[in-house]
Design a protein around this ligand. Sequence first.
Ligand code: UDP
Length: 338
Amino acid sequence: MNEAFPPVTEKFPVLVTGGAGYIGSHAVLALLDQGWPVAVLDNLVTGFDWAVPEAATLVVGDIADADLVARTLAEHKIGAIMHFAGSVVVPESVENPLKYYDNNTVRSRALIAAAVAAGVPHFIFSSTAATYGIPEVVPVAEDMPKRPINPYGWSKLMTEQMLADATAAHPFNACILRYFNVAGADPQGRAGQSTAGATHLIKVAAEAATGKRGHVAIFGSDFDTPDGTGVRDYIHVSDLAAAHVAALEKLIAEPERNHVMNCGYGRGFSVLEVLDAVDRITNVTIERRLEPRRAGDPPSLVADNSRILATLPWRPQRAELDTIVADALAWERRLADR
Ligand code: UDP
């Protein structure tokens, strides 16, 4: 880690919305591990109360409940918000776009308004590589065109725009983190992806490897990629969580109105490479079935991560595909034992 900015000495409480969910729960752990007090606001629709560590305070409720949010910000003396709460399934966003514009856009607007009204100066937002749509150039950099190809991507891009405008108008700093493909689980086994009905490749493959499903579908083998299957930049959830803490410390040390940073490793793996890794690690061959492409899947999505590397002292710690897969598998086995 470089010493780009001084360590934060005064650690104030951080509100983590969606802190009972997959990525949010890892951010809670990363904050607590670094000595930040944490309050979680989660409606527990897709999150789990047991995913919130005892050291954090859980407030059950919705980010659009203005009274509850105002009360929570005041009572807990919140100095920063990490906003993870939202809906994340791309195909569902195509079938039910208004749900996505409500959960990810309208409700985020309410939360941002509450933060500005309460004078909470720092806001870190979960955005997505889905804002790029099908990039013309891979690896894709932050200032390349944003042309989402599904309502999920639009719902997040609209919130990015609200944040950009709100930071220009108010004494309010935001850091927008655009995640590539998040996978894996806490290496200490304290958290992982627990939501039923998973659609994301590494989670699906981990379920297949632990006998929870019979096969894995390969959605398309005729893409213009080295082996014909889709290529993605898989980032370990603990590295992603660490990026959030680094982004918070950056905002505090050098308040700047609106940062946007890709969160990825700058390299991609194909579906076949991921499945090969799972087979190799488990010594079991998962049944693979070739299926047609899914609507709206870009052939290749890889981050240009030079901005985050230049801006934050953050460095990847668990970027090996085998590490990501092994951590995902370990969590899947724990879930099976629950
Ligand atoms: N994929 C697949 N089978 C699955 C799930 C995903 O072949 O059961 C492929 C998908 O087409 C894409 C890659 O794996 O090329 C990553 O998909 P995922 O749903 O994990 O994330 P996305 O990139 O869509 O956000």
